[in-house]
Design a protein around this ligand. Structure first.
Ligand code: FE
Length: 203
């Protein structure tokens, strides 16, 4: 099986946000889609290692901010490359507002947001698949939604000349570099929490 095929699946990119006991947190997801209408229902898959996942399981609510093509890499570093367990990702970040459900959404580099209430969850192994009802959907501006493909080709930075000298393995998801000849089979990326199968040897 060629795992690279998984990268050929078309996805969007979103900031998923949740609130628990007065604490706001969010992470980047690519798996979000509508699955029913009247009423609108959606699903999203969230890595169990993400604190946002735990917060949604406890609170039963989340917002999805739909990023547009103006998003820059700093947004992905903020929401995708650190953990909300030890970092307040919204600290010193003023591009947010609160929706009717009291949760945060991203008000810049997004074209809309969707508020959701969890109906059920399925344990997929590495991820939890949440099925949810849409409680609100708000258009912010009519801009092009960001695709995963656009992100890979236009936003994610290439490796610096310093990094190109290193020997090791690179995470195809986030670009983290593991230095060393052999990558342990049970290795988990410390940044994005993907496993060894998502790493490839540096040339
Ligand atoms: Fe990674």
């Amino acid at each position: 099986m060629d795992n690279n095929v998984m990268f050929k699946i078309g996805y969007g990119l979103y900031v998923l946000s949740a609130r628990l006991d007065g604490y706001d947190n969010g992470c980047i997801i690519n798996t979000f889609m509508q699955t029913a209408e009247n009423p609108n229902k959606v699903v999203c898959a969230v890595n169990k290692a993400n604190y946002t996942c735990e917060m949604i399981r406890k609170s039963g609510e989340f917002n999805v901010s739909l990023l547009d093509e103006s998003a820059d890499f700093s947004l992905f570093k903020r929401f995708g490359y650190q953990s909300g367990r030890d970092t307040d990702k919204f600290k010193d970040f003023d591009k947010t507002e609160r929706s009717k459900n009291g949760l945060i959404y991203i008000s810049c580099h997004t074209n809309s947001y969707i508020s959701c209430r969890v109906i059920s969850e399925n344990d997929m192994g590495s991820h939890i698949l949440f099925t949810a009802q849409v409680t609100d959907a708000v258009m912010l501006q009519d801009t092009r939604s960001l695709s995963y493909d656009y992100y890979q080709n236009n936003i994610k930075p290439g490796r610096s000349s310093e990094e190109q000298k290193k020997t090791g393995w690179i995470c195809k998801i986030c670009g983290y570099i593991y230095e060393g000849e052999e990558l342990p089979a049970d290795y988990i990326c410390p940044i994005c929490k993907h496993g060894a199968s998502d790493f490839e040897k540096l040339q």
